[in-house]
Design a protein around this ligand. Structure first.
Ligand code: F0G
Length: 464
């Protein structure tokens, strides 16, 4: 049997890529003030900005789009969506929302508020923002094993169970609004969470009468790692593994823009009737009536079909192996990456690639500009541009690390696209020593990474 893992799909509809020259890209990135968020997407050759909402849909999903029943109440598309989510998650109450953060606003707005605390392996940005907006605190307690970026421990997405018990004792169980397990742990490097960790988390929550929520937008990818690396899961289907994890929890929030293989959508699903009722009231006020919420009938059809397709063995195998292919190949070239490679993205440590560039000249932003200039590749900085703050004297308080995320859209790029990205890293590495830093010339007080303007720094600034 041939060993090559191929894309397990054929291409029915294509979108041309405009092949810009390095000279053109030099101009485009300058016009975008060295911030790839400000580029026109038509000027990007390979877009690895996010894996969210960027999937290619299947012919069956497009067929569902045509079948969509757009009735205001009781649509057949709602029934198809409800049955699929109910069967997968086991949760009786399902609330459709326009994307993940709308589900977060509803649930965490309901559970949170002043004096409440949420505990998580790592809260995603929008999760944290929705919790903090309501006045509650969001505390990240990832496993200490995640701190070593080079070890080959397979479940660096785990929550730290000892700290979980400590934080519950410190704040009082009655003040913990929920424990949120993000699978896979996106902000923690796309690393998976083991079933054992989820089971022990569930035990602690049950003993303390605390709500246990899964942020499950990449749970199919997480299931791949459990079957591959955790004892006792050989021969189980990926869907069964996900179902086992759902059984441990009291509810879930899903951004369908990831593992449901659609361009827009999400949901909240719950076991408890009382919480569901309170959330349903908010759903009707802010999203829509119970049988569509934030979605059209056609969206619900596409999500239901995507949730079936994502657990396909050949699809998931191709998905994780192709992400790993990128990570392993650039690592072999000496590019410092978070290891092992996670499910949806490869994370490069730009501070190790550019040790001569101080944090206040943003090595991660430098790398995203280099990727664009040299290859037309768009990636995102996850470092001091995104998370840096200033002290009272105006000095930068840097982020914990200077990472760049190369997120792989699902079913969009082929192996030759990925080989091209790997080749671009050769040039980046060769030029690393002479690559100059950037300085910020314009920024906003919140979420500055989306709109900040940069200039090439003339000389090295004093490290902050
Ligand atoms: N939870 C996780 C773990 C996420 O990664 C995201 C989105 C959300 C919640 C919010 O969902 O975008 O549908 O409102 N992550 C995207 C990303 C934006 O690029 O990683 P949403």
């Amino acid at each position: 049997m041939p060993k090559t893992i191929i894309e397990p799909f054929k291409i029915k509809s294509v979108e041309p890529i405009f092949m810009s020259t390095p000279e053109e890209r030099e101009r485009y990135i300058k016009e975008a003030h060295y911030n790839p968020f400000l580029l026109h997407s038509r000027h990007v050759i390979i877009d690895l900005l996010t894996d969210s909402g960027t999937s290619a849909m299947s012919s069956e999903q497009w067929a569902g789009i045509m079948r969509g029943d757009e009735s205001y109440a009781g649509a057949s598309s709602w029934e198809i969506f409800y049955d699929e989510v109910r069967d997968l998650t086991g949760f009786e109450y399902v609330l459709p929302t326009h994307q993940g953060r709308a589900a977060e606003r509803i649930l965490y707005g309901q559970l949170g508020g002043q004096g409440k605390v949420f505990l998580s392996n790592t809260h995603f940005d929008t999760t944290r923002a929705n919790i903090e907006f309501g006045g509650a605190a969001a505390i990240d307690i990832p496993t200490h094993l995640a701190a070593d970026h080079d070890s080959d421990y397979h479940f660096k997405g785990d929550i730290d169970l000892r700290r979980l018990e400590e934080e519950i004792a410190k704040h009082g169980a009655e003040n913990i609004a929920a424990v949120v397990l993000t699978v896979t742990n996106n902000s923690g490097g796309g690393q998976p969470v083991s079933m054992e960790n989820a089971r022990l988390t569930a035990d602690i929550c049950r003993r303390n009468n605390i709500l246990f929520i899964l942020d499950c937008c990449r749970i199919a990818e997480n299931a791949w790692f459990i079957r591959e690396y955790e004892k006792g899961f050989e021969g189980r289907s990926y869907r069964e593994i996900a179902q086992e994890m759902f059984r441990l929890a009291d509810g879930c929030i899903m951004s369908a823009k990831k593992d449901a293989l659609v361009n827009m959508g999400g949901f909240l699903a719950l076991r408890d009737a009382k919480i569901a009722e309170a959330c349903t009231n908010l759903l009707i006020i802010t999203e829509g009536f119970v049988t569509y919420g934030g979605l059209s009938g056609r969206d619900m059809e596409a999500i239901a079909q995507g949730l079936r397709e994502v657990f396909d063995t050949d699809y998931l195998n191709y998905r994780i192996v192709s992400t790993r292919y990128l990570g392993e190949h650039i690592r072999a070239k000496g590019i410092p990456v978070l290891y092992p490679i996670g499910g949806h993205a490869v994370y490069v440590d730009a501070s190790l690639l550019y040790p001569h560039i101080p944090v206040n000249q943003y090595p991660g932003q430098v790398l995203v500009c280099e990727l664009y200039k040299r290859g037309g590749i768009r990636a995102v900085e996850i470092g001091s541009v995104m998370f840096g703050k200033y002290d009272e004297a105006g000095n930068l308080i840097p982020a914990a690390s200077e990472l760049v995320r190369l997120a792989i859209p699902r079913r969009v790029y082929t192996q030759s696209h990925i080989d091209y990205v790997i080749e671009v890293f050769d040039e980046i590495k060769d030029a690393a020593n002479e690559t100059k830093g950037l300085r910020i010339v314009k920024e906003t007080p919140f979420l500055r990474h989306f709109t900040a303007h940069f200039e090439v720094a003339a000389t090295a600034a004093a490290a902050a």
